[in-house]
Design a protein around this ligand. Structure first.
Ligand SMILES: Cc1cc2nc3c(=O)[nH]c(=O)nc-3n(C[C@H](O)[C@H](O)[C@H](O)COP(=O)(O)OP(=O)(O)OC[C@H]3O[C@@H](n4cnc5c(N)ncnc54)[C@H](O)[C@@H]3O)c2cc1C
Length: 286
């Protein structure tokens, strides 16, 4: 197995163009497990750790944050937790300190697992994924169009993930996850909510309850229409209905972590709770 170590982003793109079968490695917390268990045996690994630009994040002129695909969960929590609270909450639930010190949202996107914890907050915030190839240059892919199937994304064989772009939170954000224990656990299901009060709408992301992470679009439309953005009054039936609509967006399976019925129920509970927390935060802050 060849081990390719580009020093720059341009070299990395060239290497991926020449060897589309080369498997990129960032933190290696997914890739190394797959190699150890012989899930795949690629003819080349493309180590991105020398490409310093991937470990950087910046505030861009349009007000959005551009977060390099090599920024670890630990750094995201420390350096961006105040601006991306939903994603930081999700990051805190990933693995252990060791995994958070190596693992990245870029790698979560590359793996595109339906259970990846980074995906629901990216969907709820309306993030975009910046991908690039040597042949065709940069493509910006809305998170809602990135996930195509179980561990399948819109990334082409000659493309690499450069960064994700998202606005700093304009309102309360929450991520909540059900697992079979409190730490080091793959989500049985998860849910992210982002309130966008300036636009009088909310974004959602459902995790581990369908072949791909996905938005609960009808639930979002319900909130935009029904939330009382003028007085903050929250009719008790509203979070319940929101939960039902969020559960309807799921299409879960029975597996070792939980049944489809349980997952639907749990998504409804998580949606109801995150809405209640976020709405209270919004009105507490005035
Ligand atoms: C013990 C343990 C616990 C875990 N717990 C969790 C958890 O709680 N929640 C969770 O979501 N995940 C968890 N994971 C999975 C893993 O840590 C995450 O998916 C993590 O985000 C992967 O990031 P990474 O940088 O290590 O990716 P890598 O392993 O380096 O790569 C992952 C995938 O992305 C591709 N890739 C990496 N960088 C790029 C790039 N720039 N462009 C294109 N493709 C790229 C790789 O080829 C590979 O297919 C756990 C893993 C372990 C071993």
């Amino acid at each position: 197995m060849d081990f390719l170590r580009p020093a720059t982003w341009a070299e990395a793109l060239e290497a991926k163009a020449e060897r589309p079968g080369a498997v990129p490695v960032q933190g290696g917390t997914d890739v190394m497990v797959e190699l150890n268990f012989d899930v795949r045996r690629p003819d080349a690994l493309l180590d991105l750790n020398r490409v310093a630009a991937l470990g950087e994040w910046s505030a861009e002129e349009d007000g959005r944050l551009r977060v390099g695909s090599g920024v670890t969960y630990a750094r995201l929590i420390d350096e961006l937790g105040d601006r991306l609270p939903g994603l930081a909450q999700a990051a805190r639930t990933v693995g252990s300190p060791q995994i958070r010190n190596r693992g990245t949202v870029g790698g979560n996107l590359g793996a595109a697992s339906p259970a990846g914890d980074g995906h629901p907050p990216l969907l709820a915030a309306g993030a975009e994924i910046e991908v690039e190839s040597a042949a065709r240059g940069v493509r910006m892919i809305p998170a809602g169009e990135f996930y195509l199937g179980v561990k399948r994304s819109a990334l082409e064989a000659d493309e690499l993930i450069r960064a994700f772009w998202t606005r700093p939170a304009g309102g309360p954000q929450y991520f909540s996850k059900v697992g079979t224990r409190n730490a080091m656990v793959i989500a049985v299901c998860s849910f992210a909510l982002a309130l966008h009060p300036a636009e009088r709408r909310a974004g959602t992301g459902v995790g581990s309850a369908a072949p791909t992470p996905r938005r609960a679009v009808a639930a979002e439309e319900f909130l935009a229409a029904e939330l009382d953005w003028d007085t903050g009054r929250l009719d008790p039936g509203l979070p319940r209905r929101f939960g039902e609509l969020a559960a309807e967006a799921a299409s879960p399976i029975d597996d070792v972590r939980g049944t489809a019925d349980y997952r639907r129920h749990a998504v409804a509970v998580l949606a109801r709770r995150t809405l209640t927390w976020a709405w209270h935060d919004l009105w507490k802050e005035g």
